[in-house]
Design a protein around this ligand. Structure first.
Ligand SMILES: Cc1cc2nc3c(=O)[nH]c(=O)nc-3n(C[C@H](O)[C@H](O)[C@H](O)COP(=O)(O)O)c2cc1C
Length: 173
């Protein structure tokens, strides 16, 4: 099973993430937890989230990039759900061997993340990559959907199809 942990602060205003979700959530093996719908007061049900994660082989963190990082509720979700003794530490095996896929949309285009003054993408991925390694998860190559405002419809469509294809064959990654 694939669990998509979806964190869009304004799900009703989303254009790109909404299309991505619609495209992949028709798969029978995909479950979605939309954090801002579930927890508008940031009061995360840790037990429910851990049970959902336990049932998944692949955990996808899908969100729009906010200030080169993630929206605050997703950061809180990791802080609360990845507990000592469950996610990490002595005897913790809950996340062992599960895949972790970062699926992020950006306003900037591909080049925006290459120029010297801005950090490259692998640098931006480091905190999540390190978290995956620390919790014995399998870090997968991130899916990045660039150019939320500027990309033409065809490019956008191709990027969303790529996301769908990655979920279809993630075990081979
Ligand atoms: C508060 C805020 C911060 C943002 N920070 C970034 C950023 O650091 N880099 C970037 O490329 N886009 C940034 N964006 C643009 C969003 O990533 C973009 O609007 C989003 O990916 C579009 O997806 P959506 O149509 O699902 O909302 C930011 C947008 C907002 C509102």
């Amino acid at each position: 099973m694939i669990l998509i942990v979806y964190a869009h602060p304004y799900p009703d205003q989303s254009r790109v993430n909404q299309q991505m979700l619609e495209r992949v959530s028709s798969r029978p093996d995909v479950a979605v937890r939309s954090l801002y719908d579930l927890y508008p007061n940031f009061d995360i049900d840790v037990d429910a989230e851990q049970r959902a994660v336990e049932q998944a082989e692949l955990v996808v963190l899908q969100h729009p990039m906010y200030w080169y990082s993630m929206p605050p509720l997703l950061k809180l979700w990791i802080d609360k759900v990845f507990t000592h003794g469950w996610a990490y530490g002595r005897g913790a095996t809950a996340l062992s061997g599960k895949g972790l896929l970062w699926a992020v949309t950006t306003g900037g285009n591909h080049d925006h993340f290459q120029i010297g003054a801005h950090p490259g993408f692998s640098v931006l991925a480091q905190p999540l990559h390190a978290t995956a390694v620390y919790c014995h998860m399998r870090w997968l190559d991130p899916v990045v959907v660039h150019g939320a405002y500027a990309a033409d419809a065809e490019t956008q469509h191709a990027q969303i199809e790529h996301y769908c294809a990655r979920l279809a064959c993630w075990k081979e990654d």
